[in-house]
Design a protein around this ligand. Structure first.
Ligand code: XMP
Length: 326
């Protein structure tokens, strides 16, 4: 797709038929652009990169090489789903990089949120560039840039929020969804046969669970974030709230409080639950949850998550709070 301005004549893609037409058009354009060359793509499993991957697989098959970097800050089951969908079901060439120790070792003892983001972003680029260097003949870099990214920035989506790309990743960009709005990307993803929980998933920040494990990340507290998040998502799905509440997740602060379990005193972390609705993430309202659902989540988290004895519900809108805690 050429040009960075959405033509006025471009129809809003909101039906499977319009999505099909877009897909056919893009497949032809991608084949023309890429020819017989190879394309590299950082595949996080988020909607945008997943849709770009599926389009590229359709267009150029094994000329696409996807790299999925596990930085240890992904949600429960995410790396497994990326492998299942892209390698097993769509037959993609997928390199899975387990960089968990590298990220968590570099983050040990770092409590400043912006410093944490910088470390995560830098190591992500380093790992991705190292993988790129091992591959022969890459000439293109796939990017999940979408139209709001172009409107809001310089048009290059910097994965995990670091500016620009280093020289080793200086390939020609392939950005097939760069003129689409998020809802259109979802319609296209659905038409490409991607699973609903990938297509309709809630926004997930680049630094992942790292900004929800408040302060210096420790492996045990990170595990408490991941397990409590999985419980929250499961209970929201059971209650029919998946896709209805804009963003919902858990946070584990770095302090402890006293509790009691089976007659014994405990001294453990709290889990904070956060569920918000918003249009543009600039302001946000707290989602009104059924209290029986909240109680069920509290019971499950305190009995199933190691090291947790208390659950708090953050009912603060944005402003004054941000959506994330860091
Ligand atoms: P806040 O916490 O600023 O978040 O109210 C607004 C939205 O942005 C997401 N967010 C991030 N996304 N990298 C991202 O890609 C980040 O560092 C980051 N920090 C916050 C947040 O999840 C919410 O959707």
């Amino acid at each position: 797709m050429s040009g960075n301005v959405r033509p006025e004549s471009m129809k809003r893609i909101n039906t499977p038929e319009l999505a099909e037409a877009f897909i056919n058009e893009q497949v032809a354009a991608l084949r023309a652009q890429i020819g017989g060359k190879r394309v590299l793509l950082a595949l996080s499993g988020g909607v945008d990169s997943s849709v770009v991957a599926a389009l590229l697989i359709k267009a150029v098959g094994k000329q696409l090489v996807c790299v999925h970097v596990n930085h240890g800050l992904l949600r429960k089951g995410e790396p497994e789903q990326v492998i299942k969908v892209f390698r097993d079901e769509l037959g993609a060439e997928l390199i899975y990089v387990d960089a968990v120790d590298r990220f968590l070792d570099a983050l040990a003892g770092v409590d400043d949120p912006e410093q944490k983001r910088k470390i995560i972003g830098k190591i992500f680029i380093d790992v991705f560039a190292e993988e790129a260097a091992k591959l022969e003949g890459i000439e293109f870099l796939g990017q999940g840039t979408i139209y709001p990214d172009i409107l809001e920035s310089d048009g290059v989506k910097s994965h995990h929020n670091v500016g620009g790309l280093p020289p080793e990743l200086d390939f020609e960009l392939v950005e097939p969804v760069k003129l689409l709005y998020k809802d259109e990307v979802r319609v296209v993803g659905k038409a490409l046969g991607l699973p609903d929980n990938m297509v309709y998933r809630q926004p997930f920040p680049g630094p992942g669970l790292g900004v929800r494990c408040v302060g210096a990340i420790t492996r045990d507290r990170l595990e408490a974030v991941r397990e409590s998040d999985a419980i929250l998502r499961e209970e929201f799905a059971n209650a029919g709230l998946a896709g209805k509440v804009w963003q919902y997740f858990t946070i584990v602060p770095d302090f402890k409080s006293t509790g009691i379990t089976d007659g014994k005193r405990t001294y453990e972390w709290p889990v904070v639950i956060r569920a918000v609705n918003t249009v543009d993430a600039v302001t946000a309202e707290v989602a009104e949850l059924d209290f029986a659902l909240v109680q069920k989540i509290v019971k499950r988290i305190t009995s199933e998550v190691n090291g947790v004895n208390r659950v708090l519900w953050d009912v603060t809108p944005k402003p004054s709070a941000t959506i994330e805690w860091e």
